[in-house]
Structure formats: C-alpha cells, structure tokens
Design a protein around this ligand. Structure first.
Ligand code: MG
Length: 460
C-alpha cells in the first residue's frame, strides 16, 4: 500500500475522491427493439401518406421520433433483406442472395454460422437477446436463431405461405378469406414445435405479448428484441378484434393490428420508465407484393414493389424512436438496414468485431443530429446481380425488371438515370442531361462492387 492510499484510508476519505477522479459510472447501454414488418409498402402507413389505413401508434412514434424518407432495405425480398439487417453486410457476401431468391422449408442452406449478427455482438456486451416472429434465415444447425446470437427465439422459421396443405389451390394465399388450416407452418420456441399448424390469427398478439415478457424479464439487464412480424405477408389473418375493421380490407386489418402492437410496446416502455433508455426502430423487409392484388400493399408514389430494384421494391418506411435522444423530425438522408448493425455497436459502445467487413455505417450522427455522413453509394442487388446504384439524389439503373410477373429483364447501356428528389417515381430518364453523373455513378458502383465480395448462393 502506498503512503498516499494508507493516508486516505486512515483519514476515512473515500479513496476515489481523494484521488480526485471518482469515475462516474458509465450509463447502462440502451435497450434496443427492432420491429420489422413483412412486405409492408412505403405508402401503407398514415405517416407515409396512406389515405385509408389507420396507424395512430406509428404516426405518433414518427411524430415523437425520426421518420426517414429515403431509407432502404438492402434486399428486394425476405431472406436477403433479413441477412443484410442482421449482419450489416450486403447479402451477396453471406450467400443469402441469388438462387431461388429466398429460403424454402426444404432448402439446404442458411445464414452461415461464421456470419456475425448484431445479436451475437450485443450478447457479448451482456444484452438479453430475443428473436420474436419470422426468421427465414435457415432451419439447420448453425443458421437457426439460437445459433445466431438469440438466447430466446419464438416464431415461424419461414414465411407463413410456405408449407401449404397439399391440394390448396395455387394463389390461395392471396384470397381475402384464406383457409385457416391451409398452411402447416409451425410456431417454434427455441427450436421446439409449440403449435403446428399455428393459428395465424393469434400471431401478432402472441408476438406482442412475448415482447412485453422479454422487457419485464430483463430485470435491469439491457435487452435486444428483434420482432419480425409475420404480416402483412400473405396469407393475411387478423384477430377477431381487428378483422373487418379497416377501409383497406384484410390487408388494412393486419397493418392496423400491427400498429396496435407497436402502440402496446411503446406504451409498456413508457410505463416501465424505460423509454428514455430504449431505441426502437420500425421498418419493413421489402416493398409491397403488388401481384397479390388487394392482398398486397402500396408503394405510394414509388415505382413497382417487392422483388424489384425500382424504388418501390426497396425503399421502405423507417422510424427511429428514443425520447430525449432522437429529436422529433424528418430525415431525408439516405440510410439503410445495413446501417443498423454498426449503429447498434456505436450506441452500445461495442467495437466492431475484428476482421469484420461491414457495408453499413454508423447512423448515430443522423439519429442524434450531431453531424452528417459522407456520401457513399448504395447498391441495389436483385439476387446476386447489381442492378442499380444511388448516390445522393441520383440513381443509375444498369438493369431493370418488374419484381414479379414474368416480365423480362432489360439491360440498359447507357444506363437510366433518375433524379429522386425531382422524380421519386422514376419516370423521367435524365441520363442525356447529366453525362458526368452517369460516368461518376458507374465508376463508383464498379469500385464498390469490387469490394463487396460475393460468395456462391446458398438459397437452393
Ligand atoms: Mg417480405
């Protein structure tokens, strides 16, 4: 014991204050709730201009937090989109793109175990980690939620229209009155079947109750909840209290029930005094499935929908909410689901795991309005193919194709150029007026594509 310490102890002076640098305890890392809708379009929420679907909870969340106008999912369909969100990497890097576009119940592939998810990173930091809802990143060992960082997993292993009953007519998923026993989709709890076929009318409420239970059970530990809703993906089922309520039909019913779920979760966080230490992010995995007719959503003013690299396929609603930290405002900077992983690392004060190549960037300067970010191109992949690139207001399409419906792929040389500020609907090709932009975007895309190393597709 040094003389100094001996003296301090002998005089009864608390040691740290005697040394003049009492460390203020680091604030606990914030809780994180990510709510991910399935096939919800850019135009399907009140706060994004839906004239018919009522979403008071999400509208309030947007009014209290940050609503993004130019936020992208980094995948045009379910599986790639989820891989990008969870890893912060373009899905071509993990093999979660290409092939059959998404995983099917009989697929051999899945998210490789060596991929690092945000759940793995935050769990190391002491977070309670929970996956609730749809997974769709693989059903085999190594790829399952419990193998990818989630200590709790409750939900469906894939889409709710998969595992259809034999003999179910093709297109039955898009019926406004789908057969309740038409699909044999299981609800799993930590890999064990809890109900099969699951009663799909109960899913949104069950997921919500699971989320509230995780919040209550965390008991002071920080928590990460990844709540990936089953709806509004077809077949559409709403509970009896929501069924038949919306002007927009059954599609609107499921979105309004989902909105109610968001409201219950935010209310619970407020009541528990956790709102000021919880970041909630709401978004969607891809655009609306337009070929489902009235059972598909709306991309609002944007072109095309799910499956396409036109704006309607990948630009999605996104709202960030953290009372006292994220100011109530609208953010028009370009951001994407790739940014979620690095942003969570930043706010939880976790260093980027060594050797990990992330494509996303920390969005906390945008969220907390402490600065801007440098301009980086965003790449639009359809499967493994680079289709388009966006930099600031300009988007350059090398190839275009409707999301679904069998239309042929068109290759464009020279590429098509759109000014998304003046023409968010991508109607007026301005390539001839801006040859220097075409050249710049083409060069930046080529440089980036060389860095994003694709591996063979595992979506077989
Ligand atoms: Mg989807």
């Amino acid at each position: 014991m040094s003389h100094f310490v001996f003296l301090a102890v002998a005089l009864g002076v608390p040691l740290l204050s005697a040394m003049g640098r009492r460390p203020t305890a680091a604030p606990p890392p914030p809780n994180v709730v990510i709510i991910y809708a399935d096939d919800l379009g850019y135009g399907d929420l009140g706060c994004y201009g839906s004239p018919t679907i009522r979403t008071p909870a999400l509208d309030r969340m947007a009014a209290e937090g940050m609503r993004f106008t130019d936020f992208y999912s980094a995948g045009e369909v379910c599986t790639p989109s989820r891989a990008a969100l969870l890893t912060g990497r373009y899905p071509v890097r993990s093999g979660m793109a290409g092939g059959r576009r998404v995983l099917f119940p009989e697929s051999a592939g899945g998210l490789p175990p060596e991929e690092v998810t945000f759940a793995e990173a935050l769990r190391e930091r002491g977070y309670v980690t929970a996956h609730i809802g749809k997974w769709h990143l693989g059903v085999h060992a190594g790829s399952r939620p419990n193998d990818q960082g989630f200590e709790l997993s409750v939900g469906l292993p894939y889409s709710n229209d998969m595992d259809a009953r034999p003999g179910l007519p093709r297109g039955a998923a898009a019926s406004p009155t789908p057969a309740p026993d038409g699909w044999n989709v299981p609800l799993l709890r930590n890999g064990v079947v809890e109900e099969q076929p699951v009663d799909q009318t109960t899913l949104t409420d069950r997921y919500t109750r699971e989320a509230l239970r995780v919040i209550d059970g965390a008991a002071g530990r920080p928590f990460l909840i990844y709540l990936a809703h089953t709806f509004p993906h077809v077949p559409l089922f709403a509970s009896t209290s929501f069924r038949g309520r919306s002007r927009a039909g059954i599609y609107g019913d499921t979105v309004e029930e989902l909105d109610d779920s968001v409201g219950r979760i935010l209310r619970h966080l407020r009541e528990k005094g956790l709102a000021e230490n919880t970041l909630v992010i709401f978004s969607s995995d891809n655009g609306p499935w337009l070929t489902q007719g009235a059972q598909g959503g709306s991309a609002g003013p944007l072109r095309d929908g799910k499956g396409s690299t036109w704006e309607g396929g990948m630009r999605v609603p996104a709202i960030a909410w953290w009372p006292g930290r994220v100011p109530p405002t609208v953010c028009s900077a370009v951001a994407s689901t790739l940014d979620v992983f690095p942003t969570l690392l930043a706010i939880a004060r976790v260093p980027v795991p060594g050797g990990l190549e992330l494509d996303g960037r920390d969005a906390s300067p945008l969220l907390f309005q402490t600065g801007t970010r440098s301009d980086t191109p965003f790449l639009f992949f359809r499967g493994q193919e680079l289709m388009a690139v966006r930099l600031n207001e300009f988007k350059l399409h090398f190839q275009t194709q409707a999301g679904y419906g069998g239309s042929p792929r068109e290759r464009h040389d020279p590429p098509l150029l759109f000014h998304l500020g003046q023409d968010p609907g991508e109607r007026r090709n301005v390539a001839a007026e801006h040859p220097e932009r075409v050249q710049e975007l083409r060069a930046r895309a080529a440089r980036m594509q060389a860095e994003v190393v694709a591996v063979p597709s595992r979506l077989r």
